[in-house]
Design a protein. Sequence first.
Length: 56
Amino acid sequence: MAYSINNECINCGACESECPVSCISQGDDRYVIDAAVCTSCGSCADVCPVGAPSEA
């Protein structure tokens, strides 16, 4: 299952640079994950200070 970023996102950008497949990008009000590209590695969740990324 792909990860998604919930409303807890504080737009810090820590997750974007950690993604090995570059599926995270800045959205309108928070970062977003392209589920079609996400490999569910969990790297984004490991670095997020607020726990916003989780498996959908």
